[in-house]
Design a protein around this ligand. Structure first.
Ligand code: S3P
Length: 455
């Protein structure tokens, strides 16, 4: 597999307002969070699991490659179904080479958790974006469980990739209260707990996506979730667990649906249905926010698929009003703020976004990068320490411009692509290749609903 280096050739692209509204029915690729977990949990089950609808993006393929390097057999058949022969909890083997994580924070942090209770040593490397992201948040709890981390090549105390870790068997069960609302940190500890004798407990004051909990239960792990008096979730897992192979259907990714969703709201005359989207409460804060802005979004045919709620999203162009976000809702739309800012830039009146510190440590500093880019295309934006204040155009198209620097961040690229669809002169993105990490086929999908993007 090849990952992007800063000096490779960029794939610049310009997105312009289509002649008429967007229309039609489309499905987006599978959920990234669920895809990573489906591969990891299947790799630990005894026997063969099947996964349908897996996201075949670079981030998930990095997870697959790492698991293969440690002994799991992972194959895709002619129908696009993935077959994973697991090695059993605790059964992963010493990798012979560094594990290349590309752009993927989820692969890195969850696999560190998984390996913390294995008797092996692994080196994690990543691209320029991932190598800046904080790993201290997993190093701290996993060290308490007995894992040892050293920076490569020997920079003492470094908490960014490249890092080498040594797991411990038997690891020490811990009770850990999350200092940041992070599903990755929660999941890393639960994964370490799988092969740790006794009860490992994570306390999360603010609910984050709960796919790990749902799926681990589905795989047969003994996992309980309780609430304390203050509403914090207490998640307990008993190791050493035995996982049974599963058949998993991966729903469409609400974080990917966010782009055609906002595009349909802001391109006049649009009427689009996005089918088969996961609507787990811990993931669809964006839908709630856009509805509060006056967005015409209906959830149709709500159903359950493989333990996750799924619906078709019917969305029509709408006059949006400015909004103030509820900081308590941030985890349920943490990846969707960049495209929410685009919606706010076209709404009537002022939007105030707060409580978004975590956005500064995503694939890029999404507060700074969005503020800079939105200003460059004619939006009125003020950056604050933990968010943005945006004065919208009231539905008038943005001027447009660019090239927008995406800083190896897929969601920056896709957010500005959407902005381009509601601009007078088009928006040029410096490099669309990062989109391959989470949304292969992004521009062709926009074309299927009439965006008229020239690739
Ligand atoms: C993810 C959790 C979130 C999210 C990321 C995927 C996951 O990260 O931003 O895209 O799959 O657990 P944090 O846990 O850092 O908030």
């Amino acid at each position: 597999m090849q990952f992007l280096a800063d000096d490779d050739r960029n794939q610049s692209m310009t997105f312009r307002a289509p002649a008429k509204g967007l229309s039609g029915r489309v499905a987006v690729p599978g959920d990234k969070s669920i895809s990573h977990r489906a591969l990891m949990f299947s790799a630990l089950a005894v026997g063969e699991s099947r996964v349908e609808g897996l996201l075949e993006g670079e981030d998930v393929l990095a997870t697959a490659a790492a698991l293969r390097a440690m002994g799991a057999r992972i194959e895709r058949d002619g129908e696009g179904v993935w077959h994973i022969a697991g090695v059993g909890v605790g059964g992963l083997l010493q990798p012979q080479q560094a594990l290349e994580m590309g752009n993927s924070g989820t692969s890195t942090r969850l696999l560190m958790g998984l390996l913390a209770s294995h008797d092996l040593t692994a080196t994690f490397t990543g691209d320029a974006s991932l190598s800046k992201r904080p790993m201290g948040r997993v190093i701290e709890p996993l060290s308490r469980m007995g894992a040892e981390f050293t920076a490569t090549p020997g920079v003492k105390g470094s908490q960014t990739l490249p890092l080498t870790m040594r797991g411990l068997v038997p690891a020490v069960p811990i009770e850990y209260r999350l200092p940041v609302a992070s599903a990755q940190v929660k999941s890393a500890i639960l994964l370490a707990g799988l092969n740790t004798p006794g009860i490992t407990r994570v306390i999360e004051p603010e609910a984050t996506r709960d796919h790990s909990e749902r799926m681990l239960r589905g795989f047969g792990a003994e996992l309980t979730v309780e609430q304390d008096g203050e509403g914090a979730r207490i998640i307990s897992i008993r190791g050493e667990a035995e996982l049974r192979p599963q058949h998993i259907l991966v729903p469409g990714d609400p974080s990917s649906a966010a782009f055609p969703l906002v595009a349909a709201l802001i391109v006049p005359g649009s009427d689009v249905t996005i089918t088969g989207i996961g609507i787990n409460d811990t993931r669809i804060g964006l839908v709630r926010l856009l509805q509060a802005m006056g967005g015409d979004i209906e959830l149709l045919d709500v159903r359950d698929e493989g333990g996750e709620p799924v619906a078709d999203l019917h969305v029509r162009a709408s006059r949006l009003r400015g909004v103030e976000n509820d900081p308590a809702d941030v985890p349920s739309m943490v990846d969707e703020f960049p495209v929410a800012f685009v919606a706010a830039a076209l709404a009537e009146g002022r939007s105030v976004f707060r409580g978004l510190e975590e956005l500064r440590v995503k694939e890029s500093d999404r507060i700074a990068v969005m503020a800079q880019g939105l200003r460059a295309i004619g939006a009125r934006v003020e950056e604050t320490e933990d968010g943005l204040v945006i004065d919208g155009t009231g539905g008038e198209p943005l001027a447009g411009g660019g090239p927008i620097a995406t800083h190896l961040d897929h969601r920056i690229a896709m957010s500005f692509a959407v902005a381009g669809l509601a601009s007078r002169n088009g928006v040029t993105i410096d490099d669309m290749r990062p989109v391959e990490t989470s949304f292969p086929g992004f521009a062709p999908l926009l074309n299927r609903i009439g965006a008229g993007v020239e690739a």
